[in-house]
Design a protein around this ligand. Sequence first.
Ligand SMILES: C[S@@+](CC[C@H](N)C(=O)[O-])C[C@H]1O[C@@H](n2cnc3c(N)ncnc32)[C@H](O)[C@@H]1O
Length: 201
Amino acid sequence: MRPQLPFAPACERNKVPILAQLLNILPGTGALLEIGSGTGQHAVYMAPRFPHMTWQPTDLEAELEGLRARLEAEGCHQIQSPVPLDVAVGPWPEQLFEAAFSANTAHIMGWPEVCAMFGGIGGCLIAGGVFCLYGPFNRGGGFTAPSNAAFDADLRARDPRMGLRDVEQLARLAECHQMRLDEELAMPANNFLLVFVREAP
Ligand SMILES: C[S@@+](CC[C@H](N)C(=O)[O-])C[C@H]1O[C@@H](n2cnc3c(N)ncnc32)[C@H](O)[C@@H]1O
């Protein structure tokens, strides 16, 4: 019998609108680095839609077993073997990437890990490369919806290091790592897709 694969209902809901945006944003060729791939649902759904790109999934070591199981069951030839990556610890890949993608990670990581994620991505994107960060975010220091306020309170009750991040704070963080916030796309269910572009050195 096929082992049960890890499954996140949110991925099934958000993968279609995220892909619709990525089709307009990603370069179409080159390599993409995914941070916090989780169940691998985004990788297996999206990578085949970019037949001339390779997709490098990563996550914490503890998440890799389930991720590997999904990729073995549903992966395609462009998806590379997943590698362990804790953004705060590394090691970051030595290769350069044309794009990076991460979904629903910035509110799960503590702020020091979010800083490490931006630092690592800034270091391994080519000039002109894009970093697409999906999730719920605050704007102007406030929640964009009551549901996001409730979600934030729930996260902080579970672990005070977690919580929704401010778009403006992320934009300033990106600038410290030679990236600028290029687009802030409103997505269903009070989420955003933030698009950062790596500046030339
Ligand atoms: C809410 S899940 C999102 C997973 C997937 N991207 C999705 O959209 O379903 C958050 C992910 O961030 C990963 N994560 C948390 N801390 C991390 C860190 N320090 N470095 C890398 N990944 C981390 C978790 O292991 C988990 O897979």
